[in-house]
Design a binder for this molecule. Structure first.
Ligand SMILES: Cc1ncc(COP(=O)(O)O)c(C=O)c1O
Length: 281
């Protein structure tokens, strides 16, 4: 039974899973989510994902939801699907109510839905040769640190990249500060030092970012959590994206200009290998 859904306590085939049209997630993007990857039959960093899920719910003042119940639902869904390499998607909305901007938490029951599916792997050629990205102006709201389903700017930016023949897009401010990718964080490497955007409301505190920072400490790679510009990214020796699905994805061109010598760098490669080793351990 490969692809399954979970809707408020029931596990069923994805094609039979439905939610109300008055779900606030559907009408107001009043919902938060997580994506957890597995490798070798083991969910990676489930604890970190649950921690961030709770942080998102607290930030949006959701009615209380039991994290223990969510964890056990994730585990039973994942076990039933029996997919060694899967992505579990969790979405929690504030609840269902007649459409009204204001909400009354005392009458709302958060709606919990999940899916489990095989991961669509990035083509091996992209991992070996790297990907191309375009830069787009960051037109998202001011709380990108909360993992909400308000992803239209991300979806439009990703599609624009594909329409331009690139693989992905990175959000950049009017002043040229690089924020993050459409579903990933971004690192650059200059003269042996790694730089990544600090944790501020303008970016998602990525779990993969966190793991990669930990790997850098173990491998004694110097890292600075500091703003950098598009110009600095262009001049870097290496650039890579980090994300649950992207893992560590080398970027070899930005806006059609090569990064470094245009090939995948040693640091990006070693971080990817160590991340995969941890995922499969
Ligand atoms: C905007 C954005 N930034 C960063 C990330 C990377 O986060 P994680 O490593 O937790 O997957 C994601 C993942 O979906 C994202 O959507």
């Amino acid at each position: 039974m490969p692809e399954l859904a979970y809707v408020n306590g029931k596990i069923l085939p994805i094609s039979e899973a439905v939610v109300s049209i008055e779900d606030r997630g559907y009408q107001f993007a009043d919902a938060i989510y997580e994506v957890i990857a597995s490798d070798n039959g083991r969910l990676f960093c489930l604890d970190h994902h649950l921690e961030r899920l709770e942080r998102s719910m607290v930030a949006l003042h959701y009615p209380p939801v039991s994290l223990a119940e969510i964890e056990s639902a994730v585990r039973s869904l994942f076990d039933q699907a029996a997919l060694p390499r899967a992505a579990v998607y969790i979405q929690i909305s504030r609840g269902v109510a007649p459409r009204n901007h204001a909400y009354d938490n005392s009458t709302l029951r958060p709606q919990i839905v999940m899916t489990v599916r095989p991961i669509q792997e990035a083509p091996a050629s992209k991992r070996e040769k790297g990907i191309s990205v375009i830069s787009v102006i960051d037109n998202r709201w001011g709380r990108c640190d909360i993992k909400t389903v308000q992803l239209l700017p991300n979806a439009m930016a990703k599609q624009k990249a594909l329409d331009c023949g690139a693989d992905d897009a990175v959000f950049v401010t009017e002043d040229g500060i690089v924020r993050e990718g459409t579903s990933s964080n971004l690192f650059i490497v200059s003269d042996g030092t790694l730089y990544t955007h600090p944790l501020t409301p303008e970016i998602l505190p990525g779990i993969t970012r966190r793991v990669v920072l930990d790997i850098c400490r173990k491998l004694r790679y110097p890292v600075i959590e500091q703003f950098f510009t598009l110009e600095e990214a262009h001049a870097a020796d290496e650039v890579f994206l980090t994300g649950t699905i992207a893992e560590v994805m080398p970027v070899v061109t930005i806006d059609d200009e090569p990064v470094g010598d245009g090939s995948v760098g040693d640091i990006s490669r070693s971080l990817y290998e160590e991340l995969k080793r941890r995922m499969r351990a």
